[in-house]
Design a protein around this ligand. Structure first.
Ligand code: SAM
Ligand code: SF4
Length: 482
C-alpha cells in the first residue's frame, strides 16, 4: 500500500510542479462531510491545515472560495449524493465566475480514494481530488491546482498527523465541549461487504504521546468529553514513550489522567477485539461512559461467516453478557445489515431474535449495498431490493421500539449531562447524557461546557427533557485543568 509520498498526477491533470506562492488572505472555506465521525474529525483537521493559508470556515457554500466535499463510499447512496452535490457546486462556481469570483472545488474522503481520476472525468468542475491520507498536502495541492486539476490519493510513507496543523484554542472552543480524536485508522478485517480496508488502508495506530498531547490541548481549551475514533478502534496498538506496544485499554487509563477530561468514549469496536481488560475498564474507569457501539451486522451464523465476521451469534450474546456483568448500566448500540447475498427468511429471523435478546439502546440498520471491489458484490445470490426493504422495515420496528423503551425508562432518573450548545427553544441548553442521549434543559447559558446533574422529567421522540437538580449550583467546582 505504501508508495511515493508525492502526489499522483492523472492523465488530464497538470504535471508541472509550481513553487509555493504567498498564502492568500481572507478566503472562505466550506466543508461538507458525509458518513462517519472520522469524516467529521477529518473535516476539522482540513480546516486547521488551511487556516494558516488564510482560509476561514463558512457554513454558506455560496460565499466559499474553496468548497470541499468530504465524501463517504460505504454505501452506494452515500457515493451518489456526492455527484448531485458536485452538480450544485459546478453551477455555483459558474455563477461566482460571472461575478468575477474564483472558486475551487475539492473532493476529499473515501469516494476520492476509491474513484480518483474518474471523478475528474465525471465532473470537470473539480479542481482537487484528495484521499483521506493526504490532507496535509492540501496547501501545496491548492497552489498547483491554479494550473489544472490535481489528484493525491496515495498512502504516503510519512504520517499525515505529523504534518497537520494544530487548531487554535479559540477554534477548539468554537467547536464545543465534546471532541473527536482519531487514534487509529484503517482496517485489516476485510469483512466481505465493506470498502474500508480499500479506501482507508491497513490498520495504523497513532503513538500514545501524540494522542495524549492532542487530548491535553483539547482539555486545556475546554473540551470535557473526547470520543476516540478508529475504524476498528479496539484493535488499537500504538507505541508508548518507551516504544512498547500499548492496547486501547492502556491508552484509556492514560487518558483518564488528563486534567480537565471528564468523559471518554471510543468507537467503532469489533466484537472480536473486546478483550477482558477492556471490559474491566468499563467497570473500573469512572470517566469511561457507559455506552458502547458494538456492531453485530447479523444474527445468523451462516451470514456472519459469509460476511467474514469471524464470530458466531452466540459469541456476541455471551460478550454482551460479560460486558453487562462488568458494567450493569451500560447501554449498547449496534449496526445491522439486512439482505446480504444469500440471506434467507430464517437468517433474517435469527437477526431479529438476536436483536431482541441483546436489547439495544439505539442502532443503525442498513440495506446491504454491493460495493465495487468487495467479495460480497461478486456473490451471485444478491437479495432482491423489495425483500431488503421489507426486512429493513421489520428490523426497524424492533430496534426503534427498543430505543423508545430505553429512553422512556430514563424518566424519573437523575443523570449527569454535559451541556454543549443552545437548546431548541430560547432558555434551553442542550447536552448529552452518559448514554449518548440528547437532553434539553431550561438552564443558564453559562452551563455550556460543564457537566451537571439533571432529573429527567419527559421523553420526546428524539430528546429527553430534564431539569437541574436542586443541589446543583453554578459555583460548584469543576475538575482541575492544567
Ligand atoms: N468497523 C465497524 C465494524 O466492524 O462494525 C464498522 C464500520 S462501517 C464504516 C459502519 C457500518 O456501515 C458497518 O457497521 C455496516 O453496518 C455498514 N456497512 C458497511 N458496508 C456496508 C454495505 N456494503 N452495505 C450496507 N451497510 C454497510
Ligand atoms: Fe469494515 Fe468494520 Fe469490517 Fe473493518 S471491521 S472491514 S471497518 S465492517
Amino acid at each position: 500500500m505504501k508508495s511515493d509520498p508525492n502526489s499522483r498526477w492523472p492523465e488530464t491533470a497538470n504535471r508541472t510542479r509550481v513553487e509555493a506562492s504567498a498564502p492568500t488572505a481572507g478566503k472562505k472555506l466550506f466543508v461538507k462531510s458525509y458518513g462517519c465521525q472520522m469524516n467529521v474529525y477529518d473535516a476539522a483537521r482540513m480546516a486547521d491545515v488551511l487556516a494558516p493559508e488564510g482560509f476561514a470556515e463558512t457554513k454558506v457554500m455560496e460565499e466559499a472560495d474553496l468548497i470541499v466535499l468530504n465524501t463517504c463510499h460505504i454505501r452506494e447512496k452515500a457515493s451518489e449524493k456526492v455527484f448531485s452535490e458536485l452538480g450544485k457546486a459546478r453551477l455555483l462556481k459558474k455563477a461566482r465566475k460571472a461575478a468575477g469570483l474564483a472558486t475551487k472545488i475539492a473532493v476529499a474522503g473515501c469516494v476520492a480514494q476509491a474513484e480518483g481520476a474518474e471523478i475528474l472525468r465525471k465532473q470537470r468542475a473539480v479542481d482537487l481530488v484528495v484521499g483521506p491520507q493526504s490532507y496535509h498536502h492540501l496547501p501545496r495541492m491548492l497552489r498547483v491546482s491554479d494550473h489544472g486539476p490535481v489528484i493525491d490519493t496515495e498512502f504516503p510513507i510519512e504520517d499525515k498527523f505529523d504534518h497537520l496543523a494544530r487548531p487554535s484554542e479559540e477554534k477548539i472552543r468554537e467547536r464545543g465541549a465534546s471532541a473527536f480524536l482519531t487514534v487509529q485508522e484503517g482496517c485489516d478485517k476485510f469483512c466481505s461487504f465493506c470498502v474500508v480496508p480499500y479506501t482507508r488502508g491497513a490498520e495504523n495506530s497513532r503513538t500514545v504521546e501524540k494522542i495524549l498531547d492532542e487530548a491535553a490541548i483539547l482539555a486545556r481549551a475546554g473540551v470535557r468529553e473526547i470520543t476516540l475514533l478508529g475504524q476498528n478502534v479496539n484493535a488499537y496498538r500504538g507505541r508508548n514513550e518507551q516504544d512498547e506496544e500499548v492496547s486501547l485499554t492502556q491508552l484509556l487509563y492514560r487518558l483518564a489522567e488528563v486534567p480537565g477530561l471528564e468523559r471518554l468514549r471510543y468507537t467503532t469496536s469489533h466484537p472480536n477485539d473486546m478483550t477482558d481488560d477492556l471490559i474491566r475498564a468499563h467497570a473500573e474507569l469512572p470517566v469511561l461512559m457507559p455506552f458502547l457501539h458494538l456492531p453485530v451486522q447479523s444474527g445468523s451464523d451462516r451470514i456472519l461467516e459469509a460476511m467474514n465476521r469471524r464470530h458466531k451469534a452466540a459469541d456476541y450474546l455471551r460478550l454482551v453478557e460479560r460486558i453487562r456483568r462488568a458494567r450493569p448500566d451500560i447501554a449498547l448500540s449496534s449496526d445491522f445489515i439486512v439482505g446480504f447475498p444469500g440471506e434467507t427468511e430464517a437468517d433474517f429471523a435469527a437477526t431479529l431474535s438476536l436483536a431482541k435478546e441483546a436489547g439495544f439502546a439505539s442502532s443503525f440498520y442498513f440495506k446491504y449495498s454491493p460495493r465495487p471491489g468487495t467479495p460480497g458484490a461478486e456473490l451471485a445470490a444478491q437479495t432482491p431490493e423489495e425483500v431488503k426493504i421489507e426486512r429493513l422495515a421489520r428490523l426497524q420496528e424492533t430496534l426503534e421500539a427498543q430505543r423508545r423503551a430505553f429512553n422512556a425508562a430514563m424518566v424519573g432518573r437523575e443523570v449527569d449531562v454535559l451541556f454543549e450548545k443552545a437548546g431548541r427553544r430560547a432558555g434551553q441548553v442542550a447536552g448529552k447524557s452518559p448514554y449518548l442521549q440528547a437532553v434539553q434543559v431550561e438552564a443558564p447559558e453559562e452551563l455550556m461546557g460543564r457537566v451537571a446533574p439533571v432529573k429527567i422529567v419527559e421523553c420526546g421522540s428524539n430528546s429527553l427533557f430534564g431539569r437541574l437538580t436542586d443541589e446543583f449550583s453554578l459555583d460548584a467546582p469543576m475538575r482541575e485543568t492544567n
